[in-house]
Design a protein around this ligand. Structure first.
Ligand code: NAD
Length: 333
């Protein structure tokens, strides 16, 4: 990580969606590395944007409350940046069916706005996009490589897939220095725990802390690849400074899968309260079930010196310590 420390000193970095889970953790690391950080976030109530996420660094960064679809604002913000982490999103695959045009507007038009603006005003910036494993849909073969067929099962997945293609196209046709991380199941400190529409480990942690019942659909044996936020942040930082990543897409997970119920059991064990109940799949959920997911992370590890380090048990323990101290800042009580 020495290379990362040297590379980020003095760099001007924009993080869209930077008050949310992943963006704010990236911001915390960047400030420690000496970067000049600007956050653009619209704090839409459905998502994880939270001033508390940047409490320790508020006076060291610049934070703008605004929208990635606001072309005039985006023009002002991208023009002098060295690196842009473009994370702002409608994040819930469940909600994407209820608010399809909002999902399209943020996850496609919003991202196109940033790319178009860079095309005209800043072709030098590195632009890193956070895509999702849900761009792939039903998993046919594990471990999942970057070449796995993509047939998304939700509008969220369709729009993430379209955005992945925008980033590639703007690299190929206009020479922008883009890269895409296709993220599996991230978890950890600063994750939203307001609702169960995404970031399930956080939601389960809240239920356990309130000594409530965690409901698992089916037998809970479906496998997922959970990546702790500290590993994910390092992956973003490594990809953004690597000269080999222009125009590329990388899977980003832990490279190991565990059964969903194991994650829930670990949460209950670490928190020390709550319980688990198995219930039948609601009809609509099963339609969007991808099947087991384990990520092949060899491509990102070859392109950078990154490798995941945090085991699920340790990551859940860190998360548990964090929410035991700070839960009230996340649940609005
Ligand atoms: N959390 C996950 O499970 C997961 C998994 C894979 C990929 N991702 C992707 O990672 C990125 C970050 O997600 P997260 O987990 O940090 O979610 P989050 O909800 O914590 O953060 C998203 C942030 O984007 C902001 N935002 C939403 N629309 C905006 C807009 N139009 N303009 C400006 N800001 C806007 C929200 O206010 C929020 O702060 C997203 O692109 C998401 O799709 C997340």
């Amino acid at each position: 990580m020495k290379k990362i420390i040297d590379e980020y000193k003095g760099k001007k970095v924009l993080i869209t969606g930077g008050l949310g889970f992943i963006g704010s953790n990236i911001a915390q690391s960047l400030v420690a590395l000496g970067a000049k950080v600007t956050i653009l976030d619209n704090l839409a109530p459905l998502y994880g944007g939270n001033w508390f996420n940047i409490k320790e660094i508020t006076d060291k960064i610049s934070t703008i409350t605004g929208d990635i679809r606001d072309k005039d604002l985006v023009e002002k913000l991208v023009v002098d940046k060295d690196i842009i982490f473009n994370l702002a999103a409608q994040v819930s695959h469940i909600d994407s069916g209820n608010i399809p045009f909002e999902d399209l507007d943020i996850n496609c038009r919003g991202h196109l706005t940033v790319l178009e603006t860079c095309r005209h005003l800043n072709t030098k910036a590195k632009i890193v996009f956070s895509s999702s494993r849900l761009a792939l849909g039903k998993i046919l073969e594990n471990p999942v490589t970057e070449n796995h067929p993509a047939n998304p099962l939700s509008l969220y997945g369709v729009h993430k897939l379209a955005a992945e293609k925008y980033y590639y196209l703007y690299h190929k046709n206009y020479g922008l220095n883009t890269a895409v991380l296709r993220i599996t199941n991230p978890y950890g400190e600063r994750q939203q725990i307001k609702h169960s529409k995404y970031s399930i480990p956080g939601w389960f942690m809240r239920l356990a802390m309130e000594n409530k019942t965690i409901k698992i659909f089916g037998d809970g044996k479906q496998k997922r690849d959970y990546i702790h936020i500290s590993d994910l942040v390092e992956a973003f930082l490594a990809v953004a400074i690597s000269p080999k990543t222009a125009g590329e897409l990388y899977n980003c997970g832990s490279g190991k899968s565990v059964e969903f119920k194991k994650m829930a059991e670990l949460v209950v064990k670490k928190v020390g309260s709550g319980n688990i109940e198995y219930v039948p799949w609601p009809e609509n959920y099963e339609k969007e079930e991808t099947g087991n997911f384990e990520t092949d992370i060899s491509k990102i590890m070859k392109a950078t010196d990154w490798k995941p380090e945090v085991k699920l048990e340790e990551g859940i323990a860190r998360m548990c310590d964090y929410y035991k101290k700070n839960k009230k800042e996340y649940v609005g009580e």
